[in-house]
Write a protein that binds this ligand. Structure first.
Ligand code: E4P
Length: 223
């Protein structure tokens, strides 16, 4: 399973990319706004596109950039502009009627699409039929309402395997490291997670204690 960062923050992407384990990045309008809020400068399309281009260069892998239009024609126009930013760009579309129409048109033109806000196996099936390259079920938001995000992911992974559909599953809305393990065991192709969860994947108190003890022992006899 590949590991993606779910962020629009360049420092976070640079830090995790340096570990050598980062395969891609996902962004969404909320993450972009969070990045630019409080900076004072107006977020123009030019500024946003330059930011996305830098993310692509740092991530060196697929970068999902979400459209903000809600009507299919406008989604296609915005999607084509986003796709022209960099070859790594994957156009992210909401799983709605208009999103499906736009997905079909963009994928027919060779643009890679990530269908987002997926909360059922049937939505994933529709997205795959519309030519999506990726589907993003939101585990955390399902768990948030006391349903079973893991069960949603299990169904989607199984459906795609049984139906032999050419689409990758991105386990999204990851809240904690256990979600990552669960997604890997269930056969997700990718898990996209916030920076904090990425850091938590590595941390273990016994690793820190063990290393400290090794170093203390080594200090006693080192040549
Ligand atoms: C997926 O690509 C989304 O950006 C993301 O995972 C949403 O997660 P959230 O529920 O933490 O906002």
């Amino acid at each position: 399973m590949e590991l993606y960062l779910d962020t629009a923050n360049l420092e976070e992407i640079r830090e995790i990319a340096a570990w050598g384990v980062l395969s891609g990045v996902t962004t969404n309008p909320t993450l972009v706004v969070k990045e630019y809020a409080g900076r004072g400068a107006k977020l123009t399309e030019e500024v946003l596109f330059a930011h996305l281009r830098t993310i692509c260069e740092v991530a060196k892998g697929p970068v999902s950039a979400e459209v903000t239009a809600l009507e299919a024609g406008a989604m296609v126009e915005e999607g084509l502009r986003l796709a022209a930013i960099h070859p790594h760009i994957v156009v992210k579309l909401p799983t709605t009627e208009e999103g499906l129409k736009a997905c079909k048109r963009l994928s027919t033109q060779g643009v890679k699409v990530n269908m987002t806000l997926i909360f059922s196996a049937n939505q994933a099936l529709l997205a795959a039929r519309a030519g999506a390259a990726y589907v993003s079920p939101f585990l955390g938001r399902v768990d948030d309402i006391s349903w079973d995000g893991g069960e949603l992911l299990r169904e989607i992974v199984e459906l795609i395997q049984v139906q032999n559909l050419p689409v990758k599953v991105i386990a999204a809305s990851i809240r904690h490291p256990r979600h990552v393990t669960e997604a890997a065991l269930l056969g997700a192709d990718i898990a996209t997670m916030p920076y904090t969860v990425f850091k938590q994947l590595l941390k273990h108190p016994l690793t820190d204690i063990g290393l400290r003890r090794f170093m203390e022992d080594w200090e006693k006899v080192k040549p």
